[in-house]
Design a protein around this ligand. Structure first.
Ligand code: FAQ
Length: 330
């Protein structure tokens, strides 16, 4: 159904009758909901677009560990510490599945890290905001993982097999992450007056950055039309943002917290909430590297890479030794 919209050069729409025979067969496979696998023929644009999206997703998982790992040593109880530790480790695992999925498209892990460290490749804007209080751990789990799941559940049906399969396990784990965040919010919102204030403050600060996670509004989305034609994306940014608002507002009400949007209202006709859009100037400023924590986050990743240099060298030296020994034995 999307065949008429397909752009293969990333610049213009390529009508069906201008496609090469290979492109037509490929599009038909997508339209028939067949999975594309690493050794299958695929248009260059499909490969590039997938590498872009999957690697940015992988980077988000890695950078996404930073705001939460900041709180592991300060978690209020041993149980909370163990849960947070497990969650942060899960995010590292998600990064690894995603890097592996991207590698099947012909890019190396080193190249992807280089793109992250040089600023060529993005990671999710949300992780450029600070986590100031323990309630922020609740807000991150509830809202940030909640938004991540909203986006990632449909991605289990994405057209590229390795990406779709990685998403299955990731979604299961994200679901636990969302619940542990909501549980923290429940405790805080039903705690002392000071704890409730902290919970409200966390919601105030994380609400709009969470809405931004879904990307620019559809009219400004560069990749949506192409990505949806290829089923790299299943929904538009605005569709998912709306679903997230519709799901989350009643949860905030249940917590006794107020969504920081004075114009928020239910629309009986559409059966959904009318809400205020995020400040898109702020969104683009964060994307351009000018968010509250951009420099700190990227520096932490670059430092981790540089600090691990001796370890990578050791592994390579050991591998070379083993190969040499095997050569001698042969
Ligand atoms: N932040 O044309 P579109 C997580 C960029 S989940 C930064 O609409 P697209 C779990 C976009 O890349 C978070 N950049 O783009 C976790 C493009 O720039 P480019 C990660 C953004 O790709 C939870 C430009 O704007 N999830 O980490 C953002 O069709 C808790 C134009 O935008 C995923 O990556 C943004 N928010 O739609 C971990 C899910 N939005 O590449 C730890 C998979 C847009 O041309 C703790 N990705 N941009 O330079 C997607 O679904 C899509 O890539 C979107 C963006 C929806 C993110």
């Amino acid at each position: 159904m999307y065949a008429q919209l397909v752009k293969t050069d990333g610049k213009g729409v390529k009508p069906l009758d201008e496609m090469t025979p290979e492109e037509r067969v490929f599009q038909q496979r997508i339209d028939d909901d067949q999975k594309i696998e690493p050794k299958d023929w695929m248009p260059d644009g499909y490969r590039k677009n997938l590498i872009r999206q999957i690697s940015q997703h992988a980077h988000s998982e890695l950078v996404g560990q930073l705001p939460e790992s900041n709180w592991i040593t300060r978690a209020p109880t041993l149980e909370r510490k163990a849960i947070l530790l497990a969650k942060v480790q899960d995010e590292a695992g998600h990064g690894l599945y995603l890097y592996c999925a991207a590698e099947t498209l012909g890019i190396s892990r080193d190249q992807m890290f280089d793109q992250l460290h040089s600023g060529k490749s993005k990671y999710s804007s949300i992780f450029n905001y600070p986590t100031l209080t323990w309630a922020d751990m609740g807000a991150v789990g509830w809202l940030v993982d909640g938004a991540a799941i909203m986006n990632q559940v449909p991605l289990q049906r994405t057209s590229y097999g390795p990406y779709a399969r990685a998403m299955v396990r990731i979604c299961k784990e994200e679901s636990f992450h969302q619940r542990q965040g909501f549980h923290i919010m429940m405790k805080m919102a039903n705690g002392t007056a000071a704890q409730k204030r902290m919970a409200q403050d966390a919601l105030n600060r994380f609400w709009y950055p969470s809405l931004m996670m879904f990307g620019p509004s559809d009219k400004d989305s560069v990749h949506s039309a192409q990505s949806m034609a290829w089923k790299i994306k299943i929904n538009t940014n605005d569709e998912l943002r709306q679903k997230f608002v519709d799901q989350t507002v009643p949860q905030a009400e249940y917590l006794g917290l107020t969504v920081p949007d004075k114009d928020l209202r239910w629309n009986d006709e559409t059966g959904s909430y009318v809400f205020t859009e995020p400040d898109w100037d702020e969104f683009y400023a964060v994307l351009a590297g000018n968010g509250p924590c951009n420099k700190e986050r990227l520096q932490a990743r670059v430092d981790a890479w540089n600090d691990g240099d001796w370890f990578r060298e050791g592994l390579l030296a050991n591998a070379a030794k083993r190969r040499a020994k095997q050569g001698e034995a042969a």
